[in-house]
Every structure is written in structure tokens, then in C-alpha cells.
Unconditional design. Structure first.
Length: 380
């Protein structure tokens, strides 16, 4: 009877506290407002105080990013099982591949529904090497075994990933689609373009799969043609990722004309206030937060015609799409926007409207809470 009187509990499982704050905080706030008691299991770094200020209960779990093998993560699995037994959540919301696999193993036999967020499927689902194909098959089998069962939902952010999971053999009704985690359209507002040279901005982790190398190459082509376009790069390398850019390469870019490296930026609105165009030439995304924030700020986009990106950079409406790994096409699209103020204004306005109607924190929070309630009702 004590259990039935307490608020329903949601346990978020993520690798890093900063990632929870940057990518899942709107969802958790919406759940809290709907009456849920929020718990967070994660590596704890500098984000502990911010999480606890929200009124959430924090549980320290030792994740080692980049390592998926259960045998190499026994301490993590044991810690996650201990947390879940202590919290007794109605919902376990796991975010990204490693937490999905390890937390699902930890939760075997424990009574909780689960939301398993597949947020971009990473290098193994982009590359076409024999090693990547073997990894894809292994990951697909693991996900089917752990998630494709009663009380579990795979959560994706775009229709392409939903089709991909269906092709893996996920049962009908076991895949839900919620586009992202929500963007704060109150804090991020559309603003007029700043005077001065037309400027594009790339915001994200500095990884090869994000298309940062083709972007730098495209900038070289533009400057060789005398196109006066500036580029801001905001982000940092990710040493845990095999495709991370090196510091030496970043230093070489910074010496090229027209390229400014900003590093990590806490105030993302300040980046988009300086930029006229958002650019993300990624090879694959779940739903790119950088483009969502750019859209909220009323910025037109140049992105690759790949899953995730094309959900935000809608061709000829909110942005221009190009093939991945194609510096000439990328340069042409950037030049087109740089030379057409009317086109930038039209696409920027459409982007802002799309952010408000489809991707706002309010809309995404409502959809997330509805999913939690549906799972709880089905488990009764």
C-alpha cells in the first residue's frame, strides 16, 4: 500500500551527468511536472549540483564510455542492478547504446517497464567495413534479445531509425518515435542577422562522422573562389570515440583564413547570434541538437541528406541538403545561402516556426509523459 501511494518513479540511465543535463533535462522536468519522482543513474562529474538543484535523486554509477562488452562492465552492471532494486522505478529510461545494453542486463527479472532510447546508432551503423558489418549484426541481435519483449519500448528520434529497427526484427508496437528531447524556444529566440561578413557555424563534437573534415575542405574551396564566408567551429574532440579529431588538426584549421575555433561554448545562443547559417555535414544523426537550437534561433541550415539531419533541415524549406562527404556540393550550398539574404530570411523564419510547433520542450515533454503513462497502464 505504501508503494501505491508514492509518486511513480522514473530512473534515467545515462553515461555522463553533463549529457543528462544537455540532452534529457527537458524530458525529466516534464515528467516531474506531471507528478513523477525523478532519479538519475550516471557517472558523476561537474553536473551533480545542477541535477540535485532540480530536485532529482542522483545515483553514482561507474560507466566507461566506448566499452560495450558485459564482461568488461561487470562493475557497472552490478551498480545499475543495485540502484534499480533500491529505487524500484515504474519506468527505466535508458539513453544511448551502452546504457541500454548494460542497464537491460542489470534489470533482468526486476519489475519495471523500460524506454530504451536509441539516439543515433554510431560508427558501426555508418561504416561499411567487414568489422562494422559484424558489429551491426551483433548489436542487432543483442537489442532484439534485450528490448524486443513485453514492457519494453525502443525509442527513436527519426523515421529512418524506426525503419532500421523494424528491419532488425523488432515486433510491431515495440518502437516509439519522439523527435528529440525538446528545445527551449523561450530561451532561444530568433534574432536579426548581425552586420559584417556572412558567417556559418558548426556546433558539435569534433568527430570525423560529423563531417567536420569535408566542411573544412569546402571552406578552402570557397576561399579559393574568392567567396567571403567565415566559419565558426564550436565543440571539442571526444577521445573516447575512434573518429575524434586531434588537437593538432584543430590547430591547423585555425590557421586557415576565415576559420575561427571557439572550443566548448556554454552560451549557445551567443554562437547563433554571430552566425547567419548553421551547418552540419554529418553522416548520420538521431536528431541533431545543434540544428534544433539553430532552428529555434531562426537560422537557415546546410546539412547532409541523411537520417536525423533531414528531419530538421527540410530541403528548400528550412535548409539545403547535400550528399555526405562531398566538399564541392557543400561549398555550393553554403555559397548559395551566403549570397542570398532573402533565402536566408525565408528559411530562417520557417525553421523557427518548425521549432515552435514540432520540437519545443513543451511538445516533446508531453509526448514523453504520455509514453510513460501508457507503459505503466499496460503493466498493471
Amino acid at each position: 500500500m505504501a508503494l501505491s501511494r508514492r509518486p511513480p518513479r522514473v530512473l534515467y540511465v545515462v553515461t555522463e551527468d553533463w549529457y543528462f543535463l544537455s540532452h534529457r533535462l527537458p524530458m525529466a522536468r516534464a515528467a516531474r511536472a506531471a507528478g513523477f519522482d525523478i532519479h538519475v543513474a550516471t557517472n558523476v562529474g561537474s553536473g551533480a549540483a545542477a541535477i540535485e538543484r532540480e530536485g532529482f535523486t542522483l545515483h553514482r554509477v561507474p560507466f566507461t564510455r566506448g566499452r560495450l562488452s558485459p564482461m568488461g562492465n561487470l562493475a557497472t552492471i552490478k551498480a545499475l542492478r543495485s540502484v534499480q532494486r533500491k529505487v524500484r522505478p515504474e519506468i527505466v529510461h535508458r539513453v544511448a547504446l551502452q546504457p541500454v545494453v548494460l542497464s537491460a542486463l542489470a534489470g533482468i527479472g526486476l519489475p519495471a517497464a523500460s524506454v530504451n532510447a536509441i539516439t543515433g546508432l554510431g560508427h558501426s551503423f555508418i561504416a561499411d567495413s567487414i568489422k562494422a558489418r559484424v558489429a551491426r549484426a551483433a548489436i542487432a541481435g543483442t537489442l532484439r534479445a534485450l528490448i524486443n519483449r513485453r514492457g519494453s519500448i525502443a525509442l527513436v528520434q527519426n523515421p529512418d531509425d524506426a525503419q532500421l529497427l523494424a528491419g532488425m526484427g523488432f515486433a510491431p508496437g515495440r518502437v516509439a518515435l519522439i523527435p528529440g528531447s525538446g528545445v527551449d524556444t523561450t530561451r532561444l529566440q530568433a534574432s536579426a542577422e548581425t552586420p559584417g561578413p556572412i558567417t556559418a557555424a558548426f556546433v558539435g563534437r569534433l568527430l570525423d562522422d560529423k563531417g567536420i573534415r569535408p566542411l573544412v575542405a569546402a571552406m578552402g574551396l570557397l576561399h579559393a573562389r574568392g567567396i567571403n564566408l567565415e566559419l565558426l567551429i564550436a565543440g571539442t574532440p571526444d577521445p573516447a570515440n575512434p573518429g575524434s579529431i586531434t588537437r593538432r588538426e584543430i590547430a591547423a584549421w585555425s590557421s586557415q583564413p576565415g576559420i575561427t575555433y571557439l572550443g566548448h561554448m556554454h552560451d549557445i545562443a551567443a554562437v547563433w547570434a554571430r552566425a547567419h547559417i548553421a551547418v552540419l555535414p554529418s553522416r548520420r544523426e538521431g536528431l541533431p541538437k545543434s540544428l534544433l537550437e539553430a532552428a529555434a534561433c531562426g537560422r537557415p541550415m546546410v546539412a547532409t541528406d541523411v537520417p536525423g539531419c533531414r528531419e530538421v533541415a527540410v530541403a528548400e524549406k528550412t535548409g539545403l541538403l547535400v550528399p555526405p562527404d562531398d566538399p564541392p556540393a557543400l561549398a555550393q550550398a553554403l555559397e548559395r545561402l551566403a549570397c542570398d539574404a532573402h533565402l536566408r530570411q525565408r528559411m530562417g523564419q520557417a525553421a523557427r516556426e518548425m521549432a515552435e510547433t514540432r520540437f519545443s520542450e513543451v511538445a516533446i515533454g508531453r509526448a514523453t509523459v504520455d509514453l510513460y503513462r501508457t507503459l505503466i497502464d499496460k503493466s498493471r
